[in-house]
Design a protein around this ligand. Structure first.
Ligand SMILES: [Zn+2]
Length: 156
C-alpha cells in the first residue's frame, strides 16, 4: 500500500490537485491511460481527483433534450435522457444507468460519512455518487457532475 500512496501523492503534486478524497487504486490506473488528456483542467480535477462541481453550475443540469450521456473522458455510454430527473440537488440526476456494466460503485468515506462513489467502468473516471433516495422504479439517484459527462443529442 505504501508505494501506491507514494505514486498517488506524486500524481497529485504534479497535477497540482489538492487531495480532497481518499486514495483509491483506480486513480493509479488512470495515470496510465490517455483518455483524460483532452479534458479541461477542471474536468481532470473532477474525474481524476474526485472533486465535485458547485451545485447549480453544471452545464447539463437543466438539459432536457433527448439523447445519451456519455463519459466525458472515454465516451462510454452511461445514461439515457429518459432516466434524467429533477432532484433539486443542483446536479444532473438519473434514476438508472444505461446498463449494469456501465458504472462501478466504490465505497467513499471521505468527508467523514459513508457514501457510494460512482466511476466509469471503462476508464475509472470519477462521475459522482449514488444515493438510495431516488424515484421509482429504481429508488436510486445517480448524482453526477456535468464535468464528467458529454451529451450526445438523439439523431433525428
Ligand atoms: Zn469513461
Amino acid at each position: 500500500m505504501k508505494p501506491l500512496f507514494f505514486i498517488f501523492s506524486l500524481c497529485m503534486l504534479s497535477l497540482g490537485f489538492s487531495q480532497d478524497r481518499g486514495t483509491n487504486a483506480y486513480i493509479l490506473e488512470q495515470q496510465e491511460t490517455t483518455v483524460f488528456n483532452d479534458l479541461s483542467d477542471f474536468q481532470k480535477k473532477v474525474m481524476c481527483g474526485g472533486a465535485t462541481e458547485k451545485p447549480f453550475t453544471g452545464k447539463y443540469l437543466y438539459n432536457k433534450a433527448d439523447g445519451i450521456y456519455t463519459c466525458a473522458a472515454c465516451q462510454s455510454h452511461l445514461f439515457l435522457s429518459a432516466t434524467k430527473f429533477d432532484s433539486g440537488s443542483g446536479w444532473p440526476s438519473f434514476f438508472e444507468q444505461i446498463n449494469k456494466e456501465a458504472i462501478e460503485e466504490v465505497e467513499d468515506s471521505s468527508l467523514g460519512i459513508k457514501r457510494v462513489e460512482i466511476i466509469c467502468s471503462a476508464c475509472k473516471g470519477h462521475l459522482g455518487h449514488v444515493f438510495e433516495d431516488g424515484p421509482p422504479p429504481t429508488g436510486l439517484r445517480y448524482c453526477v457532475n456535468s464535468a464528467s459527462l458529454l451529451f450526445k443529442p438523439e439523431q433525428k
